[in-house]
Design a protein around this ligand. Structure first.
Ligand code: DGJ
Length: 742
């Protein structure tokens, strides 16, 4: 039984043998939280988990029970105004200006599987994989109903949560905040882990000890952002990559979010995750219902890797488009860093031809193919071929690429408009702006008002036509600026704070239409690199260009950090030319390939500029990727050595049956006279099985306790003996169960 209802229908225990999540109906009818963590055996009554004994001079109380104070109880969906003074999960504004609500338990329903969320991306599951508990609460005075959705996955340490609010009354109300998840822990001794960064250095791992008060991350930029990912974890002080407890939270949403930890005066920790209440308000008319995005909660007893693997499994099996779950993703070449805006058909076909020779499968034409775009100052919104560059048209180019044996893909930036464009001339009112304010440019462009259906419809028609005409196999959907002067002429004054959420709903609407109509087109999301790396977009686009930074050294951190939450097979990772265009660093081609190998592989260079020797290296890289592609897609990923802490990085991916593994080891700077011997301790293998790697045999437990010896050149530069030396070295090991070698 994955959902146990006990104590006369007042206690709810979600469990799957890997976690337990327990809450109950409190004496005042509200829901109280009791426990979240390691799986517990079922019992009839868990009420003793409620901390009933706390009393203080000035806490709130019930009329007939002075010990009952919601100020000190853990809540399931804390609301404003009845005596819990911590940050609420829900806050409403009524027509009379009041804010107090009292949601009390009404009933519950259990469903096998998982209902979908209207208009929002969310994990999916069939009846055998998940069970859902829906709790209905009512606000009797205001005639509002709140439904809390909990889905427990049967084989993963995962619970998803979302909330919907139904207005059954006669008055409109305003939602000021409706967080997707709220969890109260009866302790404060955690470290908070999150991912932070900026353009070209996304998803760096940050860790800090929780302190009394509020600590939070979030976005108010109109996108989940390069700066903070909608992910937060609480880990124990002794939790490592491989051992210890951690609670992970991730929001399936691509817009403004808030992820917050609050330690109260009794040392309880409250986690809130949801749409950022800043610049959010939603007018809810009678008979209307508002749905929050979904929050994913992972509990791991197996350290940070255990948490990450649960996210990876969930997203691979229950979030990305079904079509792409087992489908091989093509190795691509993208012309951006090879040509930028300076190309013609001949140049592009030459790239395609060379790419085919080395084994590449998809050619992607990036920015600059439309309108009169020769730099980033014009034409966004004019999704018609740039006849000056491609006089024979896109279809002709696409056919030329296919004739050379590659698939054809194209770049779009659907949400944007250039002030210098035909679209702007005919529809200046479609560009977002606050009346009377000068619109702020960013990358010389403005944002289209995707809160308006006719705008989304117009862009849909342009894109759909090109997909059909050109028989596209792939689309890179870019988004290169954040939103300023947020306002829509299509919204009434008291609905302007709906803008950001409606904008993202517009983005989802366009994605939904295109992916449903063209399920075999592979979408790669991008927002100036990693400006929208989130599960909301993974639902539509199974891979994401996680950073514009293609430098192999920088990528170690970016890929390591991104893997905290997102599967490596969802991370676009390409080999580019040197000196690197973002850092001007020279790294060997071998290292660039070895880093990109752990992702969805591709190239971002002009193959015509390669020497014969480099071409050979690239052929080898591509063969290697093809050989291991299924392992990279399906395996369990382990972070082994942390680039944020050392000069080295190591990671590995192990097949689910533990028969094979691929290990990447990277050393940034060469160190003289460094050590006698270094081993990399592996993970995830079968202790008693014997494995073969580079012709040597090891037992699984040897590899996991003593480690895999590194080639001698990693033990310190020594001019006399080192085979390779210098900075930026890497090595890939492939390990197989003994007797299984090809
Ligand atoms: C930003 C993307 O991240 C790049 O890869 C490239 O597509 C440019 N935009 C094109 O303008």
């Amino acid at each position: 039984m994955y959902i146990q209802v006990t104590n006369n229908g007042t206690q709810f225990h979600l469990t799957n043998g890997r976690l337990s999540y327990i809450f109950h109906v409190m004496k005042n009818g509200q829901l109280g939280h009791l426990y979240y963590g390691k799986a517990l055996r079922g019992r009839e009554d868990f009420s003793r988990l409620q901390a009933y004994h706390v009393q203080t001079g000035n806490s709130t109380q019930l009329d007939d029970d002075s010990a009952f104070s919601i100020e000190s109880f853990r809540q399931e969906i804390p609301s404003y105004g009845k005596g819990d003074f911590r940050s609420p999960a829900i806050s409403l504004r009524m027509p009379d200006g009041s804010h107090v609500t009292n949601f009390v338990y009404k009933n519950y329903e259990i469903k096998e599987g998982k209902p979908s969320l209207p208009d929002l991306p969310a994990a999916y599951a069939n009846n055998k994989d998940a069970s859902t508990l829906q709790i209905r609460l009512v606000e009797k005075r205001l005639k509002l109903e709140l439904v809390l959705n909990y889905t427990v996955f049967h084989d993963l340490p995962v619970i998803t949560r979302s909330v919907s609010l139904d207005n059954r009354g006669l008055d409109r109300i305003y939602i000021e905040r409706l967080m997707s998840a709220s969890v109260d822990f009866p302790e404060k001794d955690f470290e908070m882990v999150h991912l932070a960064g900026a353009w070209a250095r996304e998803c760096h791992i940050k860790t800090r000890q929780l302190q009394s008060g509020i600590q939070s991350i979030g976005s108010a930029r109109g996108a989940s952002s390069h700066h903070y990912n909608p992910f937060l974890a609480l880990k124990r002080f002794n939790t490592t990559e491989h051992t210890g407890e951690v609670y992970g939270f991730n929001l399936v949403y691509s817009g403004n979010f808030l992820a917050q930890a609050e330690i109260d005066h009794y040392d309880n920790t409250r986690i809130l995750l949801g749409i950022n209440p800043f610049r959010f308000e939603w007018r809810l008319e009678p008979d209307e219902c508002f749905h929050s995005p979904e929050a994913v909660m992972v509990y791991s007893e197996e350290g940070m890797n255990g948490m990450s693997q649960a996210f990876h499994d969930l997203y691979r099996e229950h979030l990305i488009p079904k079509h792409w779950q087992k489908e091989i993703r093509p190795i691509l070449i993208n012309n951006w860093e090879a040509t930028y805006f300076d190309f013609n058909e001949e140049k592009l076909l030459a790239i395609a031809e060379k790419a085919k020779d080395v084994g590449i499968e998809l050619f992607v034409l990036d920015d600059g193919w439309f309108g009169s775009r020769n730099d980033d100052t014009t034409s966004l919104g004019d999704w018609k071929v740039n006849k000056n560059k491609l006089p024979k048209g896109l279809k002709h180019l696409a056919e030329g690429v296919r004739l050379r044996g590659l698939k054809f893909g194209l770049w779009f930036e659907p949400e944007m408009i250039s002030p210098k464009s035909n679209l702007y001339e005919s529809h200046p009112e479609w560009a977002i702006k606050t009346p009377g304010e000068h619109p702020t440019l960013s990358r010389n462009q403005r944002v289209l008002d995707f809160t308006q259906d006719e705008v989304v419809q117009f862009i849909y028609e342009q894109m759909a036509q090109i997909i059909r005409e050109t028989e596209l196999s792939y689309i890179k959907w870019d988004m290169n600026r954040y939103i300023t002067e947020a306002y829509s002429s299509g919204l009434e004054a008291d609905c302007q704070d709906e803008f950001y959420h409606r904008y993202i709903l517009g983005v989802y609407k366009l994605y939904d239409r295109l992916t449903k109509e063209f399920p075999s087109v592979l979408f790669e999301s991008c927002a100036g690199g990693g400006g929208r790396v989130d599960p909301g977009l993974l639902y539509f686009a199974p891979q994401v260009w996680i950073s514009d930074n293609t430098d192999a050294v920088e990528r170690l951190k970016i890929q390591y950090g991104t893997s905290m939450v997102y599967p490596i097979y969802s991370m676009g990772s390409h080999v580019s030319a040197v000196p690197n265009h973002q850092t001007l660093r020279h790294t060997p081609l071998s290292m660039r390939g070895d880093v990109a190998l752990f992702g969805t592989f591709g190239y971002e260079l002009d193959p015509g500029e390669l020497t014969a020797a480099e071409q050979k290296v690239i052929e080898g890289q591509i063969q290697k990727y093809k050989q291991h592609r299924a392992l990279i897609r399906d395996g369990d990923f382990y972070r082994l050595i942390n680039p944020f802490e050392t000069n080295e990085t190591a990671w590995m991916i192990v097949s689910k049956d533990k028969h094979e593994a691929l290990i990447g080891f990277y050393q940034v700077r060469a160190m003289p006279n460094w050590r006698r011997q270094q081993n990399v301790r592996l993970a995830g293998l079968e202790r008693d099985w014997e494995y073969v790697v580079d012709g040597q045999c090891f037992y699984g437990d040897e590899l996991m306790t003593i480690g895999l010896p590194l080639p001698e050149e990693f033990n310190g530069v020594n001019g006399a003996t080192a085979k390779r030396s210098g900075d930026y070295q890497s090595h890939i090991f492939y390990l197989q169960l003994k007797g299984k070698q090809n």
